[in-house]
Ligand binder design. Structure first.
Ligand SMILES: NC(=O)c1ccc[n+]([C@@H]2O[C@H](COP(=O)([O-])OP(=O)(O)OC[C@H]3O[C@@H](n4cnc5c(N)ncnc54)[C@H](O)[C@@H]3O)[C@@H](O)[C@H]2O)c1
Length: 389
């Protein structure tokens, strides 16, 4: 199915993601219909969008006329049937497989099978959602990052029954909205939420072992170019959200120890210490002063080497298992989670053999399969090859 700048875009779910995606699509010039089964949420989305555009006018990012023109392209639909004329519907409702499958079956009937149906799911199988409709060839994952208007990356995920024409039409359209698209295989966590796991998990492991405190680990990784350390970042994301993603990815990989969640984070969730939003997470935001790092360069190097080796291992294994192309894997981490460099490029700079040896050492020391190096790294270390020539 062809999509173009005249295509009518439907959004289902007017929460944080649906509202952001509606803003992006309307700004790109589309008519947008946004539907939610909760009228209060729909009203809230209308208010949020009005406030957002008022701020953009104030900051002179758009003129008042432009803002008015964009907002008037968005219709707030109280019934799903109002989406019948849409060419592309992007679903951004609650992360629940059964509910998503019901909504997709309803959407296919509503649009009479003449529409591409996309899901913004972060962790569910696109193939499984697609299997709920008669024409899974029209079903795809289009995964925006939060906040959708600001984050440049979009992961495009074909299910195993998705037509290539559906993939190409969506990619072309979303790129025309100014986004960077990467194509990834329908596997747990897609590219970003799979490869980023050790940034949190290995840092928490280092903390659990008492090698360094949270402020020092955060400082060490900021020193290497990461915008935020893993503890301040998970405090910001919310431990309820971050822990759930980790646990879901781990379970979907049949409890592979590489993705094993950390008890220190589980306890925070159990305590209701979700992070910044509850004034307490790894850090206590009610304290007069936050803890200061121990600025020890040798310790910082040790922390960095362990975390980066685990991240590179994930990136290399994702390439080996054809989850995405070399370029897309590097692009995803720089555009989706603001890493200072692509991880495969970083591996070349650090030396693939050095990274492999670091992992092998950790595996020997701990006797834990969590540290097993990707077969690709092993082959490359033996032959002295690089990811980029
Ligand atoms: N929040 C994030 O950081 C983020 C990032 C990327 C992807 N996602 C994914 O996007 C989706 C939405 O996330 P969110 O954070 O915007 O959630 P949210 O809770 O803010 O919003 C979900 C909305 O869906 C509505 N809804 C629930 N069931 C519905 C139904 N049957 N029909 C119509 N509307 C229904 C709710 O009323 C609510 O307004 C999820 O699949 C999530 O995994 C979230």
């Amino acid at each position: 199915m062809e999509l173009n700048d005249k295509s009518i875009i439907g959004i289902v779910g007017s929460g944080a993601m649906g509202t952001g995606i509606a803003q992006v699509a309307a700004t790109a010039g589309h008519r947008v219909l946004i539907y939610d089964n909760n009228m209060e949420m729909l009203g809230k989305a209308k208010h949020t969008l009005a406030m957002t555009f008022a701020k953009l006018v104030e900051k002179q990012k758009v003129t008042a006329e432009q803002a008015h023109a964009i907002v008037s392209k968005i219709t707030f639909a109280e019934k799903a049937i109002h989406l019948h004329e849409c060419h592309l519907v992007i679903e951004a409702i609650v992360e629940n497989l059964d509910i998503k499958r019901q909504v997709f079956a309803l959407l296919e009937k509503t649009t009479e099978g003449k529409c591409i149906l996309a899901t913004n799911t972060s962790s569910l199988s696109v193939t499984s959602i697609g299997a709920a409709v008669v024409r899974p060839r029209n079903v795809i994952g289009i995964h925006f990052f939060n906040p959708a208007p600001l984050m440049p990356l979009v992961e495009i995920i074909p299910g195993i029954a998705t037509d290539d024409s559906t993939v190409q039409s969506c990619k072309k359209l979303i790129e025309s909205w100014g986004k960077v698209c990467v194509i990834c295989k329908d596997t747990p966590g897609f590219i970003v939420n799979r490869i980023a796991r050790p940034y949190y998990g290995e840092a928490m492991r280092i903390f659990e072992e008492g090698i360094a405190d949270i402020a020092t680990i955060d400082w060490a990784l900021r020193e290497k170019g990461f915008k935020m350390g893993p503890f301040e970042l998970t405090d910001l994301i919310g431990h309820d959200v971050n822990y759930t993603v980790t646990e879901t990815v781990w379970r979907q990989f049949y409890n592979d120890p590489r993705y094993r969640p950390n008890l220190c984070q589980k306890r925070l969730v159990e305590a209701g210490f979700y992070g910044k939003k509850s004034a307490r997470g790894f850090y206590d935001y009610t304290a007069a002063e936050l803890p200061q790092p121990k600025k020890d360069n040798a310790l910082a190097e040790k922390i960095f080497n362990r975390v980066i080796a685990m991240l590179i291992n994930e990136a290399a294994d994702a390439l080996y298992l054809q989850i995405g192309s070399r370029e897309d894997i590097d692009l995803a981490m720089t555009k989706g989670v603001n890493y200072p460099k692509g991880l495969l490029k970083w591996a070349d700079e650090l030396g693939v053999a050095n990274v492999y040896n670091q992992l092998k050492q950790l595996q020997d020391d701990y006797g834990d399969d969590r540290y097993r190096p990707s077969f690709l790294l092993k082959q490359m270390a033996a032959s002295g090859t690089r990811f980029y020539s």
